[in-house]
Design a binder for this molecule. Structure first.
Ligand code: AHG
Ligand code: MN
Ligand code: MN
Length: 335
């Protein structure tokens, strides 16, 4: 039997097919792979090593930080800094961009944005969490320091995006703009192997994922869409199934494999929803589109939104194409 290809082998073999990939994007993906393995190891032992629970600190968005949020953030920063491919990074956990201002980074071509630990409220209860990353070509000149503008690019400029999902098994799923591939970690060997080649959304799906506890705050179009999904409107003449973990990575991953719609809409108390455009919405939108799905804020394609702040939020509706179109119709008819 032929053994499956490893992530390292896949990246090298496919370099020529990716519009930007040269050696340094390959090296950057290797650093992400290494940091992912290190975070995975911490998460698996979290209950034993006194790293569950909260810090006495909040992140820039006023959210309580979990110990593993900080540990994952530090692991990704130190691993990415150890090599010269990026001129700096932005993290959901840090107020400002981090500039790598030294000789090995000055000629870098890329910047990266990370959500080091997504779904961190689920850590202490043993539910799937993830890491999300988004990579851009810098627009400032190599040889100079990166600037905030390098990070405030539209999502459509992403050269690669992906996530690690620390679930029943750990996977790395990513795109370089040429389809989406998923690799499962074999902890005995210490390598990721290609397990999900060329992932695409099923053409239809019957799952919806939304924090329905916020229902009272949702716009009328979203309320009507939810009620519609609870009626007999699927091909099988049954209601949709609700599935929501509170980890975007887990909810997105399930819906991409099984078919479904993820919603984090705006509400009367959160005018732009909760998810962060740069760390969560853009990378997931890139992956969704590369898998044949779509992502919108209800009116505009996510990847066409021009960010003005590092930590801005956006309403997020994402899933198989047909379902996103139905959601847009409900929103347009109920303005
Ligand atoms: P993070 O842990 O990185 O702050 O992200 C949490 C996000 C996202 O993963 C999830 O879909 C959403 O917050 C859940 O929010 P609610 O608890 O409001 O449903
Ligand atoms: Mn998150
Ligand atoms: Mn996070």
């Amino acid at each position: 039997m032929q053994r499956p290809i490893t992530l390292g082998e896949f990246i090298v073999e496919n370099q020529k097919d990716f519009p930007y990939a040269k050696g340094d994007l390959t090296a950057l993906l290797s650093s992400i792979k290494l940091a992912g393995k290190m975070v995975n190891e911490k998460i698996n032992k979290a209950g034993l090593s006194q790293i569950l629970g909260k810090m006495n600190s909040e992140n820039v968005q006023g959210e309580v930080q979990a110990k593993l949020d900080i540990i994952a953030n530090d692991i990704f920063i130190s691993t990415l800094k150890a090599r010269g491919e990026i001129g700096g990074l932005a993290s959901e956990e840090l107020e400002d961009i981090v500039i790598f201002d030294d000789d090995i980074h000055k000629d870098s071509k890329y910047v990266i944005l990370i959500d080091p630990l997504d779904g961190s409220s689920n850590i202490d209860v043993d539910i799937t969490v993830g890491t999300i990353f988004s990579i851009y070509h810098r627009i400032s000149e190599p040889g100079t320091k990166v600037t905030q503008e390098d990070f405030l690019q539209k999502g459509e400029n992403q050269v690669a995006a992906g996530y690690l999902i620390y679930g029943t098994s750990t996977m790395l799923v990513y795109t370089c703009g040429n389809g989406v591939n998923g690799f499962t970690f074999d902890p005995g060997i210490g390598s990721f192997f290609l397990s999900h080649p060329n992932i695409t959304f099923p053409s239809s799906g019957i799952i919806y994922s939304v924090n329905e506890g916020n229902y009272i705050h949702f716009p009328t179009g979203i309320k009507k869409l939810i009620k519609w999904m609870q009626e007999l409107n699927t091909e099988e003449n049954r209601p949709f199934t609700a599935r929501y973990t509170g980890s975007l990575v887990a909810d997105f991953h399930r819906n991409m494999l099984m078919g479904g719609l993820y919603l984090y809409p705006q509400g009367s108390t959160a005018p732009k929803g909760k998810l962060r455009l740069l760390y969560e919405c853009n990378p997931m939108a890139f992956i969704a589109e590369q898998a044949g799905g779509r992502a919108t804020d209800g009116e505009q394609r996510i990847m066409e939104i021009q960010a003005t702040e590092l930590h801005e939020r956006a309403p997020f509706i994402c899933g198989n194409s047909e379902m996103v179109s139905i959601a847009e119709k409900f929103i347009a008819e109920n303005k």
